[in-house]
Design a binder for this molecule. Structure first.
Ligand SMILES: NC(=O)c1ccc[n+]([C@@H]2O[C@H](COP(=O)([O-])OP(=O)(O)OC[C@H]3O[C@@H](n4cnc5c(N)ncnc54)[C@H](OP(=O)(O)O)[C@@H]3O)[C@@H](O)[C@H]2O)c1
Length: 337
């Protein structure tokens, strides 16, 4: 089969190669991959920034994949040939608390991912594709959507009427706008682009703040909430943005530490943090049970993924470059028809 392989750091070391089609173990599915979507994680892995020691081996990248089961191992009971499935990132985190060893079990680094004509999925880490989604749409679910769902629903117990701050218009944040709005929250979105601001308004965001013109966006959040602040803030920017998020937070509100688009390091104002009695929750996507719950909710709430652009299999490098320059929602690579 044809596969893209990470042979070193940097996109110049992402190579299209011929490899053997893998054979499923007793509890695995062999999947004909139809589509994958890119996450910032995939870019960081290629850049050598994301757990570089763990990612130093040769592997097929990209965590988010959707496809069709073409054969099953001898002990598989929950899936059959022809089922449409999506990957689940942390293959050993099925429900409840994660175990210590779950990070090295991830699909798409350090284990083989979906940027290939076929891939293996563990039965326990495979999820049925929602019936109302195409494979391209479903390929956007495993990381970006589940991260938001796990933050707001599993940890944050979001309620209708809560205020949610969402930063920028990348894959995670666009899902946050859609999910929070569908659950009845009031979304305040930041973006560097007025044009993108109008597009997120159409997705349900009630207030838009241009963070380039208004770098102290926290003050604007306080103004828009009559001084109360937001109950939930999805922090994808990282670095000193955390201090703005603390200022913009309602008393006892939740900040979900998700991303590091700007920096992985921050100097935090601890007094503001304690005065707000803030709940700071680190997020590492979520477990498979929540993925199933989310898919059912997406069908009910009629949430449709926002795809910026679909690339062909041969254009994988261009797709990564598009992600690096900032996408609106998700970037997808079509692997096969
Ligand atoms: N912890 C987890 O489980 C988890 C899961 C998924 C993602 N993540 C992390 O979350 C972050 C976002 O991921 P993603 O896939 O959504 O990325 P992405 O699609 O690449 O997001 C890019 C967008 O972020 C916005 N942005 C960039 N710099 C910004 C800044 N300084 N202030 C505000 N917005 C800024 C821009 O929006 P505008 O063009 O509108 O300005 C840009 O288009 C990444 O760091 C990723 O690694 C973590």
């Amino acid at each position: 089969m044809k596969a893209w392989q990470k042979q070193g750091v940097g996109l110049k070391n992402l190579k299209l190669v011929d490899v053997e089609i893998p054979q499923p173990g007793p509890k695995q599915l062999l999947v004909r991959v139809k589509a994958v979507s890119l996450n910032f994680r995939d870019k960081s892995i290629m850049d050598g920034d994301y757990l570089p020691e763990l990612m130093s081996k040769l592997f097929i990248p990209v965590s988010d994949a959707a496809g069709v089961v073409v054969s099953v191992g001898s002990e598989v009971t929950q899936f059959k040939v022809g089922d449409r499935v999506v990957s689940h990132l942390y293959t050993k985190w099925v429900e409840g608390a994660p175990s210590q060893e779950y990070a090295p079990t991830a699909v798409g680094g350090p284990n083989n991912g979906g940027l290939a004509e076929y891939m293996l999925l563990d039965e326990a880490a495979s999820v049925m594709t929602p019936s109302n989604m195409t494979d391209e749409e479903a390929s956007t679910l495993p990381i970006a959507a589940l991260t938001v769902w796990f933050s707001l629903v599993e940890y944050g117990k979001i309620k209708a009427g809560d205020t949610v701050v969402v930063q920028g218009t990348g894959g995670v944040s666009v899902y946050a706008i859609q999910i929070a709005s569908a659950l009845g929250a009031r979304v305040i979105a930041t973006t560097s682009s007025d044009e993108k601001g109008e597009r997120v308004r159409a997705l349900g965001a009630k207030e838009i703040i241009n963070y380039v013109r208004t770098p102290d966006w926290d003050k604007e959040v306080l103004r828009l909430t009559n001084g109360k602040g937001a109950e939930h803030i999805l922090e994808v920017v990282g670095g000193d943005s955390i201090n703005h998020s603390i200022e913009a937070l309602a008393l006892q509100g939740h900040i979900y530490i998700i991303g590091f688009l700007k920096s992985m390091m921050a100097e935090v104002n601890l007094f503001s943090l304690l005065a707000k009695q803030a709940n700071i929750q680190g997020i590492y996507v979520g477990h498979r049970k929540a993925f199933d719950d989310m898919n059912r909710a997406f069908e009910e709430l009629k949430i449709k993924p926002v795809i910026d652009k679909v690339y062909s299999f041969s254009e994988a490098i261009e797709a990564y470059q598009h992600l690096a320059s900032g996408a609106f929602g998700k970037i997808v690579i079509r692997i096969s028809e």
